[in-house]
Design a protein around this ligand. Structure first.
Ligand code: SF4
Length: 260
């Protein structure tokens, strides 16, 4: 491990046992269809933002949908996808539904969100030494000229407003931006492309500041201390993550309740 990323911290907080298998033992499991859908939509947005830095114009919706489609197909083919054992028989329908959703949500991004974003930083990798064993590192999707840090997500249902207020991911990225640019983002938000029958954009604005950052650093201290101690407890078996649908290690994890 050369740095602590937001994904590492997030997985450690969800389940330290899962963190150990993924990041210390190197047992990589491909992401599920929802993550592949999100990554395809994200790729289309990235392509749009990269060129918009210079042109100040959004690309046509069809070009972005093609980019999302190509990325989804390539990722599934080259890197695979995690499908829970009990849904293997539906694999083809699930993959097709994921692809259709990625294309539909990319259209929503282009029409509802893209016109409001004029990027100043796109896919910027930031690293920050916080005086611990490892630096913090993350790639900022996009920061706008108005110093707005929007975080694009896809989801099957709308989220509660607490989702943005409590997101450590937003704290992580907002803190990296604050240290890189010298000021906290003026606006921070989750921009959720909701895959309803009638897809809709849900914007959840929030704020971050030094107190949030100090709280996050406390958690990073704990992560590093546990790595040093070699202690990786399992999460609560009642947690949503501890199920065959959400944890790729479920069937080989000595702590999971496989008989339930
Ligand atoms: S099965 Fe449960 S305890 Fe085991 S790694 Fe997955 S989430 Fe953690």
């Amino acid at each position: 491990m050369k740095a602590i990323t937001q994904s590492m911290l997030g997985m450690f907080l969800r389940c330290p046992q899962q963190f150990e298998r993924r990041y210390l033992r190197g047992e990589t499991i491909p992401p599920g269809i929802a993550a592949r859908r999100g990554s395809a939509t994200h790729k289309a947005a990235q392509i749009n933002h990269e060129q918009k830095l210079h042109t100040k114009e959004d690309l046509p919706v069809g070009d972005l949908q093609d980019a999302a489609r190509d990325h989804y197909v390539k990722q599934v083919k080259e890197e695979g996808v995690f499908i829970p054992k009990d849904r293997i028989s539906e694999k083809e329908q699930l993959l097709t539904a994921g692809l259709e959703a990625a294309v539909r949500l990319t259209k929503l991004y282009r029409e509802s969100l893209a016109p409001a974003i004029q990027p100043t930083l796109v896919e910027e990798q930031l690293s920050l030494d916080v005086g611990l064993d490892l630096p913090l590192q993350g790639t900022i999707d996009v920061l706008t000229e108005a110093h707005w840090l929007p975080d694009l997500k896809t989801a099957d249902k709308s989220k509660s407003s607490g989702e943005a207020d409590h997101s450590l991911q937003l704290t992580f990225y907002a803190g990296l931006v604050a240290h890189h640019t010298g000021k906290w983002p003026e606006k921070i938000s989750l921009e959720i492309l909701v895959n309803n029958k009638e897809p809709k954009l849900q914007s959840l604005p929030t704020t971050r500041g030094p107190e949030d950052w100090a709280n996050l650093i406390l958690r990073v201290h704990l992560l590093l201390a546990q790595i040093r101690a070699g202690l990786f407890p399992p999460c609560d078996p009642g947690s949503w993550v501890c199920s065959p649908s959400w944890c790729g290690y479920f069937w080989t994890c000595k702590y999971s309740l496989k008989w339930r």
